[in-house]
Design a binder for this molecule. Structure first.
Ligand code: E4P
Length: 218
């Protein structure tokens, strides 16, 4: 079970990374725009400042597979954790096949069907990213999509990992892991909600009070 953060905010990532529970990071052009920095700088800082990350997704934006591969070359030298993120288009899948054959980790993104996930696996993807929240926004179940992809991968013995993305709440996270995602990428706000429960807080308050009373008795 791996936890990735879906953000390009390096200080937020460092804060969560210091818990020892974060395995990777995913970014996309929107998140990079929000960070106010370049993708190259963000990825480069992450690889230096968070050395145990196993995957940092850097998304290429181009029309053709050749252009995607050219862009990928900019990020690959940063380190082994660099995972080239390509869209699920024919050109993206071509790029995925070529890069995967060269031993480069690839994340095929914007997955909304089992057929797309199967082609990505065929192209050698390390990860496929079904977008759970965006499925739900469009009136079909993202969690059911994860379950269906996991089922197809199991029947076909695909080694591509399901990286559930576009998460909206903690409940989504638990269900994605339950239904077959090996990895979930989430905004830091969701990560920080995962440990929290009102009954834990209430129980802790009571234990604290009783501990203080017991200490007074002793
Ligand atoms: C995943 O890799 C994407 O960056 C992300 O999860 C998209 O999420 P959104 O639908 O909240 O934009």
């Amino acid at each position: 079970m791996k936890i990735f953060l879906d953000t390009a905010d390096v200080s937020e990532i460092q804060k969560a990374y210091s818990t020892g529970l974060i395995d990777g990071v995913t970014t996309n052009p929107t998140l990079i725009l929000r960070s106010g920095d370049t993708l190259y700088n963000v990825a480069s800082r992450l690889l230096k400042e968070c050395p145990n990350l196993i995957s940092v997704s850097t998304e290429v934006v181009a029309e053709t597979a050749d252009e995607m591969i050219e862009q990928a070359k900019t990020y690959q030298p940063l380190g082994e954790a660099i995972t080239i993120k390509v869209p699920c288009t024919i050109e993206g899948l071509k790029a995925c096949k070529i890069l995967s054959d060269q031993g480069v980790k690839v994340n095929v993104t914007l997955i909304f069907s089992v057929a797309q996930a199967l082609l990505a696996a065929k192209a050698g993807a390390t990860y496929v990213s079904p977008f759970i929240g965006r499925c739900n926004d469009n009136s079909f179940s993202g969690i059911e999509l994860v379950r269906a992809i996991a089922n197809a991968y199991s029947v076909q013995m695909c080694t591509t990992e399901i990286l559930a993305a576009s998460l909206r709440d903690v409940h989504h996270v638990s269900r994605c892991y339950t239904y077959g995602a090996s990895t979930v990428t989430m905004p830091p706000s969701i990560f920080w909600k995962m440990y929290d429960h009102v009954l834990t807080r209430e129980g802790l308050d009571q234990f604290q009070k009783d501990w203080e009373s017991a200490t007074l008795l002793g």
